[in-house]
Design a protein around this ligand. Structure first.
Ligand SMILES: C[S@@+](CC[C@H](N)C(=O)[O-])C[C@H]1O[C@@H](n2cnc3c(N)ncnc32)[C@H](O)[C@@H]1O
Length: 263
């Protein structure tokens, strides 16, 4: 692994490392992002941010899927792996990205290719942004807001508790048929959020995406019922039809699970 960039700002150490075509962002040792422009999916946890977009449109018609993925919001840009995955699938997607860390946004532009038209990066606290910024509703909202743990240096923990108010704010930015995708530290955290959703009647559909080797659980929510069949096979059929699965990483990409959660 080669170190491309090192910077210490306000006592925080930022590092961009490369391995082959892959670029990684580390902040105080916390591994925030990994992106490989040759292989948008590589069998890592980040895949689980993109694979749920299939839920927007059943079948393998990529142009139909793209038409339903016109605008996306990413809270927690980091180096921008999630934004790049969306753009690899749909280069015309308009994406707003919000991150508190100005250095992350600079590095995302310089090393992860995010200084491009159609990507609007905002340096602001996500909570403040949700309360104050005007926006049209989005088709896809990703909440991936993590910081370094106070008790375990080098470990990442969620920044915001997923309580009813936070979920309401996230849903308020979503189109009726849009998808809210949240990165939870564990299945237990995701289940707790689902109990809140049930009580508050904020969503009709919920899914858990998980992957071997990771504790995290990715929650995927929609205000409306999702009637079509959602399972690993259907999702992989779609991803293959859209050219998102390379032979090299195929086995690792396939190694994930989807579970419907009753609300
Ligand atoms: C795990 S990284 C995001 C990785 C990114 N989604 C990707 O795909 O590469 C978490 C990000 O959340 C940002 N963050 C933490 N707290 C925040 C807050 N309150 N408001 C906005 N961004 C925040 C951090 O600066 C960090 O860049």
């Amino acid at each position: 692994m080669a170190i491309k960039h090192t910077e210490i700002k306000n006592g925080v150490r930022y590092e961009v490392r490369t391995a082959g075509a892959s670029v990684r962002l580390y902040t105080n040792g916390v591994f925030h992002s990994q992106w490989n422009p040759n292989n948008p999916l590589i069998g890592s946890l980040w895949d689980l941010f993109l694979l749920p977009v299939f839920l927007l449109s059943p079948g393998t018609d990529c142009s139909e899927l793209k038409s339903r993925l016109a605008r996306a919001l990413v809270l927690g840009v980091g180096g921008g792996a999630a934004l790049n995955q969306l753009l690899a699938l749909h280069p015309e997607c308009i994406i707003d990205g919000v991150d508190l860390d100005r250095v992350h946004l600079r590095l995302a532009k310089r090393y992860f290719g995010l200084g491009r038209a159609g990507v609007n990066l905002v340096c602001q606290d996500a909570e403040l942004w949700l309360k104050s910024a005007a926006s049209e509703p989005y088709d896809y909202v990703l909440e991936d807001l993590f910081r370094e743990s106070d008790s375990q240096p080098g470990e990442a923990v969620r920044c915001f508790e997923c309580d009813a108010m936070w979920l309401e704010q996230l849903f308020s930015r979503l189109r009726d048929h849009g998808l809210l995708v949240i990165n939870f530290e564990s299945v237990a955290q995701l289940n707790a959020a689902c109990r809140i959703l049930r009580k508050a009647c904020l969503a009709e559909s919920a899914y858990a995406f998980t992957k071997n080797g990771y504790h995290n659980a990715i929650g995927v929510f929609c205000k409306m019922p999702i009637d079509h069949k959602v399972n690993e096979r259907e999702i992989l059929k779609w991803a293959a039809a859209c050219g998102m699965i390379s032979a090299r990483y195929s086995q690792r990409i396939r190694d994930f699970s989807v579970r419907r959660i009753r609300l």
